[in-house]
Design a protein around this ligand. Structure first.
Ligand code: IFM
Length: 478
């Protein structure tokens, strides 16, 4: 058997997010986030699930860190909950901060590098009530919250991520309505995207002012979920145009301001005539914003699950041929998360995970090469990658061969990108354990660790044992 090695200091980890695992939504002064509100909207969440208990991680944290240690994880990616630390978006709540102090201490005690994300979608509801991410002031409130976390943990946490997948926060939250806060307001998604980026830029600026530099052992970045937009029929001009628009609203709306300090011209064209609160989205962009947003970063986090193959409407297909499950899994009506809509995702015939996401590791390689070639991105960490599977417990074991195969294929694809010279420094599986999978509730399992949500018993899946061995070996077998 031959092996395919990773560099000696490659960082292996697993990821999770506050709202998806913590539960304890009323504990120690926490107030509701937009997700607490959204989960209560009829038809918003599959099976009517809510995250009030989730994995009870808030109360079981030491045991969960012990599991990470058992798996030999070098790093754990987690997020801090804004509504715990600044309830209602207001002053700091010491009890909320203390949970993360305990978590970081537990991780460091176990020899695990804490990888902290400040915003993984749980905006305090009180801030949404005043406009949420469509309001500029929310970026300032984000800075207040983020600096409270930095003041408390900056001495012990070295890796800081501002946002997780701002595309979801902006476009699923304010254009499509499939995610909290469930607003369906067209070009509001672009306004929200700009304010999310502004919050990011404000934090990076303050982080640097306070000496947060690689020389001091500190790093700051952002995690995006860029996609690969391949036209379904490359010979059909309308599909090529659909792919350009998808690339614009999914990728370049973030990549251009972050790495080129501008918004792309075609974004203006694609949103021509669309107004939010009676004004074009460009009015949200003030002098100096793009300079803040494009300040150099120490790393880029990339989350990747699948590529996208759009076809323009009208598209002549049977409903079963469309990847409809992406937007029809719950019953609450929702719109396309791309302002103006106008395209669909027909099946290409590729295999899928149990979530119906097409498996395309080659797209992962192409994406990483593109990010390097077109945007000269800083060193990359894969901050999420993994597979949803309908796991079955058999005699206390979970033989999730499909998940293992998915991860292995994507690690080969990642290694291919590294062979092409892309600077990738780490990989986090999504997810450490099964959790509250947003609008899919508990039915969609992504964990290396199985969670029985009735008893909260954790069981290592086969994929967890395989991942632990592979990471310890620091090499893939082929
Ligand atoms: O569970 C989510 C995570 O919170 C963000 N990225 C995608 C995952 C799987 O859908």
């Amino acid at each position: 058997m031959t092996t395919r090695e990773f560099p000696p200091d490659f960082l292996w980890g697993a990821a999770a997010a506050a709202y998806q695992i913590e539960g304890a939504v009323d504990a120690d002064g926490r107030t509701p986030s937009i997700w607490d509100t959204f989960t209560r909207l009829p038809g918003a969440i599959l099976n009517g699930d809510d995250a009030d208990a989730a994995c009870e991680h808030y109360d079981r944290m030491p045991q969960d860190v012990a599991l990470m240690k058992e798996l030999g994880l070098a790093s754990y990616r987690f997020s801090t909950a804004w509504p715990r630390i600044c309830p209602d978006g207001g002053p700091v709540n010491q009890a909320g901060l203390d949970f993360y102090r305990r978590l970081v201490d537990e991780l460091l005690g176990a020899g695990i590098v804490p990888w902290l994300t400040l915003y993984h979608w749980d905006l305090p509801q009180a801030l949404e009530d005043t406009g949420g991410w469509t309001r500029r002031d929310t970026a300032d409130r984000f800075l207040d919250y983020a600096m409270a976390v930095y003041d408390a943990l900056g001495d012990r946490v070295d890796h800081w991520t501002t946002h997780n997948e701002p595309w979801c926060s902006a476009f699923m939250g304010y254009t499509g309505g499939g995610h909290a806060p469930g607003r369906q307001e067209g070009v509001a998604g672009v306004v929200a995207a700009h304010h999310l980026l502004l919050g990011h830029g404000l934090f990076v600026d303050e982080f640097r002012r306070r000496g947060g530099t690689p020389e001091q052992g500190k790093a700051v970045g952002i995690t995006l979920n860029p996609t690969v937009a391949d036209p379904f029929d490359p010979t059909r001009a309308a599909d090529v145009e659909a792919a350009r628009r998808l690339d614009g609203f999914h990728n370049r709306v973030f990549l251009e301001p972050l790495f080129r300090g501008r918004y792309a011209d075609d974004l203006a064209g694609d949103t021509d005539g669309m107004l939010f609160a009676g004004r074009p989205w460009q009015d949200a962009v003030h002098d100096g914003d793009l300079q803040l947003i494009s300040a150099p970063l120490d790393f880029l986090g990339v989350n990747f699950y699948h590529g996208d193959v759009p076809a323009a409407l009208p598209y002549d297909a049977e409903p079963g041929e469309l990847l409809g499950s992406r937007i029809e899994h719950a019953t609450r009506p929702r719109q396309s998360p791309y302002p103006g809509g106008g395209f669909v995702f027909p099946r290409t015939g590729r295999p899928t995970t149990d979530r119906d996401w097409e498996i395309d590791p080659d797209a992962f390689t192409r994406l990483l090469v593109r990010l390097r070639d077109e945007y000269a991105v800083p060193p990359v960490y894969i901050t999420e990658n993994g597979a949803m599977a309908n796991d079955v417990v058999e005699d206390g074991a979970i033989h999730d061969a499909g998940r293992r195969e998915y991860i292995e294929q994507h690690l080969h694809a990642l290694r291919d990108a590294m062979d092409k010279g892309v600077d990738v420094r780490g990989y986090f599986v999504w997810s450490l354990m099964d959790n509250f999978e947003w609008s899919y509730g508990y039915a969609h399992r992504f964990g290396l660790v199985h969670v029985d949500f009735a008893t909260q018993v954790r069981t290592l899946k086969d994929s967890a044992r395989w991942f632990a061995e592979m990471a310890a070996r620091n090499a893939l077998c082929q």
